[in-house]
Design a protein around this ligand. Sequence first.
Ligand SMILES: C[C@@H]1O[C@@H](OC[C@H]2O[C@@H](Oc3cc4c(O)cc(O)cc4[o+]c3-c3ccc(O)c(O)c3)[C@H](O)[C@@H](O)[C@@H]2O)[C@H](O)[C@H](O)[C@H]1O
Ligand SMILES: O=c1ccn([C@@H]2O[C@H](COP(=O)(O)OP(=O)(O)O[C@H]3OC[C@@H](O)[C@H](O)[C@H]3O)[C@@H](O)[C@H]2O)c(=O)[nH]1
Length: 468
Amino acid sequence: MGDFGSNGPSSMSILMYPWLAFGHMTAFLHLSNKLAEKGHKIVFLLPKKALNQVKPLNLYPNLITFHTISIPHVKGLPPGAETNSDVPFFLTHLLAVAMNQTRPEVETILRTNKPDLVFYDSADWIPEIAKPVGAKTVCFNTVSAASIALTLVPAAEREIIDGKEMSAEELAKPPLGYPSSKVVLLAHEARTLSFVWKRHEGIGSFFDGKVTAMRNCDAIAIRTCRETEGKFCDYIGNQYNKPVYLTGPVLPVDELDKPSLEPRWADWLEQFSPGSVVFCAFGSQPVVDKIDQFQELCLGLEATGLPFLVAIKPPSGVSTVEEALPEGFQERVRGRGVVYGGWVQQPLVLNHPSVGCFVSHCGFGSMWESLMSDCQMVLVPQHGEQILNARLMAGEMEVAVEVERGENGWFSRRSLEDAVKSVMGGGSEVGEKVRKNHEKWRCVLSDSGFADGYISKFEQNLIDLVKS
Ligand SMILES: C[C@@H]1O[C@@H](OC[C@H]2O[C@@H](Oc3cc4c(O)cc(O)cc4[o+]c3-c3ccc(O)c(O)c3)[C@H](O)[C@@H](O)[C@@H]2O)[C@H](O)[C@H](O)[C@H]1O
Ligand SMILES: O=c1ccn([C@@H]2O[C@H](COP(=O)(O)OP(=O)(O)O[C@H]3OC[C@@H](O)[C@H](O)[C@H]3O)[C@@H](O)[C@H]2O)c(=O)[nH]1
């Protein structure tokens, strides 16, 4: 085995197989770009339908090769479903079943490619098929260390009594030794965690899958940094008794220099004064279950009186965002407000000079992208890990405002309007505080040596792992 890496004569060959969700595939691809920049070769496995969307993000087509995988149909899934974007949230476990059925195809690819390393997050059987071909395995987590530490460590195991739902209080209890009292869930929020321990036929629970994935890998990797989540990473390392490699934020900074925002949005945003537009996006998968909450979101933005652009998937039960809009809404906001159900280039929109505020569901990818932008941030998290990310941003880092919710967990148009106005109007104490703190973090994170330092260390960790 020769020397590896940016300074060595030979490169590592790496296979990547992320969970079938755009938030995960994009994070894996950003990391692939960083490793390709250092001369390593990557074979990237993904479903056919995802190829067109992900391909433009490949900055090193000579080193990163896409290999499409056939995702079999599983009874209960919509016909042709291949990624999380095609599947309602409550059917996600069936997509995991479909991913498991790709094992024979992945095994053949592994035997042919014989990579040095395999990166995965959800396909917990990867170590079983990688070992025989001599590949080392890395479980690369694209979600926050805090959300893993709260629910996906051995100490978070729960005794599930079949047929009995866990109470919200039980769900909210952090595992022994959990290192934060701020990044936690309230009882009503913890209900969104019930999926973690729920058993499904053929695949067990989400908890079982993730713990197996992290127990059996050679190293755990997390897309985070010590400065924001050090104590959670240490906790995870101790729980699994294995190394935890950190990649840092892994954002495609150079791409932002390219003036390639689609003209339809560039032209639309251009009409408004600098920092005046509210951009709202809720990630790559359908997250708002209830049409009423979808409408409160629209009405709250309308009430701010500011120009706004919303990129969001339709709520459950309808197939287009237009069907879900409140009555008369489009006429009232014509010229200053757009709700769009398709894909927009989020990092480029966030960096457009007219955009001054980001209303986000607080997915971990969006969290990094917003930290690197100079937008004010309003958080409307929908599910467990997004709520924890929001606590990290609003509670620990104090860089954002989280929208207030009632006892039932619902937010109102008024609470959204208030949150946006608190960060967009001049002279608000909270608005100034989050702006200042955000600016401090942005300086730290965008320092040229910061991200590069993480990636260099990460590359060295991988080289040592492969040689071991
Ligand atoms: C099995 C079905 O899955 C459910 O949806 C899963 C979504 O999970 C996201 O990933 C995580 C979510 C959470 C969370 O909400 C709360 C937590 O405390 C921890 C996590 O962790 C993860 C996670 C962690 C590590 C890792 O390597 C991962 O790959 C994920 C994921 O981002 C998203 O794409 C999934 O849709 C769904 O609710 C369904 O009801 C379940 O049946
Ligand atoms: O219209 C869109 C929607 C999304 N995106 C991009 O897609 C990515 C979405 O990832 P997020 O992590 O924010 O959110 P998702 O809900 O899609 O992801 C999910 O899986 C990945 C985890 O890190 C998230 O925490 C989890 O919520 C971001 O990089 C965002 O810029 C677009 O570019 N355009």
